[in-house]
Each structure stands twice: as C-alpha cells, then as structure tokens.
Design a protein around this ligand. Sequence first.
Ligand SMILES: C[S@@+](CC[C@H](N)C(=O)[O-])C[C@H]1O[C@@H](n2cnc3c(N)ncnc32)[C@H](O)[C@@H]1O
Length: 253
Amino acid sequence: MEAPNPLALMVEEMKTRTPEKRQIKNLGRTIWQFPSVFDSEFTQQGCEFLAVEVNRVVKEELANIDNDDHFDFLEIGCGNGNILIEVACNHRDNLHIWATDINPTAVENTKENLTLHGLENQVNVSTGDVYSASDIKDRHFDLIFWSFPFVPFAGPNPQEKRALSPLERGLVDVEYKGLREFLSGAKDHLKKNGRLLFAFSFKIGSEDLLKKIMSETGWGYRVLSEAEAELKFTTQPLSMTNDVKLLEAVSLE
Ligand SMILES: C[S@@+](CC[C@H](N)C(=O)[O-])C[C@H]1O[C@@H](n2cnc3c(N)ncnc32)[C@H](O)[C@@H]1O
C-alpha cells in the first residue's frame, strides 16, 4: 500500500477543520478563520511562536527610533492575519503595517480580523505575488517578514507540475520560486538598515535548496530563534512535530 502523502493529509486536515468561516484563538485573541486560508489553529504553536518573536523584533526596533519617526513593517503571506494582529495590537504608535498574500481569500480574512480588532487604519492589505501588489511594489520597509511555506515540492515526485490549490500554496513553494523573488527583490524594498526575516523548517523544508537560492541571490542567514511545534491532527491518528526557525537574511555584499 502506498504511504499517505503528508501534504495531502495536512490539506485535508485544514479543509476538515474549517468547512465554513469560524472563530479561533491566537495568543488568547479571537480571530476569524476562513475556509481555503492557511489554518493557523492546526499549526498553533508554530504560529504563536512566530507572532511572539516577530513582535519582539518590532519592539526592539521601535525602541531605537525617535518618537516622531515611524516604522514600516511588511508581512508577505499574511494568511488570516494572526501574526500582524499580534504586532499591531502591541504597537499602536509609530508603526504602520502593510500585508499581502497571493490568496485573495486570505486578504479578505485579514481585513475582517483587522475590523474585528479596530486595526483597519493601521494596516494596508492587498493581494499579490510577493512584492507585486500595487501599494507595495514601489515602497521601502524597515522590516519584511514571511512565514514561508517551506515544502519545496507538491508531491513525492519533484518533476510533477500542476496548479496548486490556495491551501497547498500555504504549505508549498514549488522549487522555492517565491522565496527567490522574496530574496532577490528585498534590496529594492528594504530601507537602509532594513531587516529581512522569514520562517523556515530544516525538518520539512530543503536546507540545500535554501542555501543555493540564498547564495545565488546574495544572502546568507542566521537563526534568530527556534521552537519545536506540534501539528495538531484531528482527522488522523497522527502526531507530527516541526522545528520552526525564525531566520534573518544577512547580505553577503
Ligand atoms: C505558512 S502560511 C502562513 C500564513 C500566516 N502568516 C499564518 O501564520 O497563519 C504561508 C502564506 O503565504 C502565502 N503565499 C504563498 N506563496 C505566496 C506568494 N508567492 N506571494 C505571497 N503570498 C504567498 C500563502 O497563501 C499563505 O497564506
């Protein structure tokens, strides 16, 4: 019998958890989870770890700027908005947030969560592939972050080419094409001394492909923080843990 494909199991789990729009918790806050948007409750430990860590980095950076200055944060792949909501709720002054996702339903989901928390004036959200959204493409940021979908192929056969569903795109970036865009476009979107952060897993992701793409685009990386995170299956008698790492890209130039 063929072994079940872990990607298919994860997508099935997300579909089953959210057949229709529902409320979930993230760091004690209620947020909406829409169907066909990456389900942050399934990977709650990892999502909460990243939200806390990104918030910590923003806090440190804000401590270094003048009161009349402002800080611009861009989140790529915002999903339901759980990470930027944690950041926005903690820093109402001096901070403006831009967010984008290739999945238009994720953009709607984030907007609804911003309204729920009275944050709609602090965050601009738009649909786009990495930096392509019209209100992002010509802008520069102090901090850019992506909770990156680090599965490198859509199935056991890397040659398999097919269109991915929105839920699959929450987990998979085929051959890390999106990551290449993220890294190669970063220097055009970071302010002087701006920082580039992303989530990765050496257990589920491909470290070799990451290193190759980073060196080809002029970046190295350092690990800022890491955590073990459980994937909570309700549809299968399965228990999986993941090593979630917050990486910072370091320019090799
Ligand atoms: C791992 S999920 C993280 C979602 C959310 N930040 C969270 O923590 O729940 C990755 C997100 O990246 C988005 N994404 C995938 N490829 C993208 C691309 N090329 N450009 C922008 N967003 C993308 C997916 O739609 C998904 O929402």
